[in-house]
Design a protein around this ligand. Structure first.
Ligand code: HEC
Length: 99
């Protein structure tokens, strides 16, 4: 009679799960670094404003969605003067210009 290997596999999976959970709990209890919170007060300076512009325009590209876009042109460039004014909606942007 052929014995099913299913109980052995399930037992091994349960043991592995218990082992991983134990390792995670041990890490949290004994090894997780205790880093004190730092209070950050960003000041308004030209350098900070320029850094914010850099992040919004080039790193996070907030401006791409939060500006009016001219979808009649290739790649829908931002309409000059609408930077950050809004424009993104939950509606999908047209992929191709309609005309
Ligand atoms: C991929 C497009 C996209 C990018 C990139 C993006 N947003 Fe948005 N954002 C949206 C959409 C869509 C909404 C929701 C607009 C709506 O409610 O119809 C939204 C909503 C918001 C809101 C809430 C506005 C409100 O009136 O409730 C803020 C604040 C915001 N975004 C800031 C940012 C910032 C800051 C960044 C860059 C770090 C960013 N967004 C990048 C698409 C984007």
């Amino acid at each position: 009679m052929k014995k099913s290997k299913r109980p052995v596999i399930l037992g091994a999976l349960a043991a592995a799960l218990v082992f991983v959970a134990t390792v995670i709990v041990c890490y949290i209890v004994w090894f997780l670094p205790d880093i004190p919170l730092q209070e950050i007060k960003p000041g308004i300076s030209v350098a900070n404003i320029e850094h914010g512009k850099y992040l919004a325009n080039h790193v996070m590209v907030c401006i791409d969605c939060h500006s009016a876009r001219d979808w009649t042109k290739f790649s829908g460039p931002v309409v000059a003067g609408t930077d950050g004014k809004g424009g993104a909606t939950r509606r999908p942007a047209p992929i191709l210009p309609s005309r």
